[in-house]
Design a protein around this ligand. Sequence first.
Ligand code: GUN
Length: 292
Amino acid sequence: MVAQRLDGKVCAAEVEKDLLSRISACVENGVQPHLAVVIVGDDPASHVYVKSKVKACERLGIRSTHVGLPAASTEDDVRKIIGSLNEQDDLHGILVQSPLPSHMDEESLTDLIDPMKDVDGFHPQNLGRLVQGRMDGMLPCTPSGVMRMLSWAGIETEGKTAVILGRSRIVGMPQSLLLGSKGVDSTVTVAHSRTKDTAELCANADIIIAAVGRPEMVTEEWVKEGAVVVDVGINRVDDSSRERGWRLAGDVHPDVAKKASWLSPVPGGVGPMTIAMLMENTVRAAEQSIES
Ligand code: GUN
């Protein structure tokens, strides 16, 4: 079997196209959707991600405000910025790029974001709704992007066994809730660094979502013939054959394409979907500000 490409770029372009009319409707109501992105420090990968988010805003006619703070900023500096963004009536979405410098407590800062502006879906109120099975809050962008991509490709999830590699706050945990939710109906196992039989779990899975940040960890031997494999990993690995000295690698080895029925590429898979879902959450927050 040769895997079909689970093309996040194409799917994201469709999501973005559908947003254009919603954005126009907001503007006709006197509201331009507006996203603030807060980044602390100089982690190069985070700056690349933030740039892509700002570029997506430009593409769609969403206003963006970029707040960059030096790594030596205090947690209190970030608190004050979140407080002032919460108060700004013409701003609908707030995203604090993760990871923050290690002297800051990400969770307690997330708690301060107005849940209606929490376009990352990480506030306890939004995550709590997700645990309750309510899909009407803000949903975390990467996991909801994965779900959108699966349904776009017509991939059946009901009654399937899904293994999620990684239990992060950003991907693994919310992904497990979405895949196990009513109407999606997969049976979910979350594997992590202390799991003993990860390869065997994967080899029996109908769906594998790899989100661990370990280059090409999932090999062909781990994958059942015909499984659906979604690669959330995006890792820089040394590659002297490239002029820049590195290349991007996912958490899934490319040879998995020989066995999987579907495989998402890196880049061009989950990454564009994360951004598309962030844009969708921002538009939703703007719409809700009009309704309220
Ligand atoms: N870092 C990696 N992914 C994400 C994300 O989806 N949101 C935020 N805020 N930071 C991230």
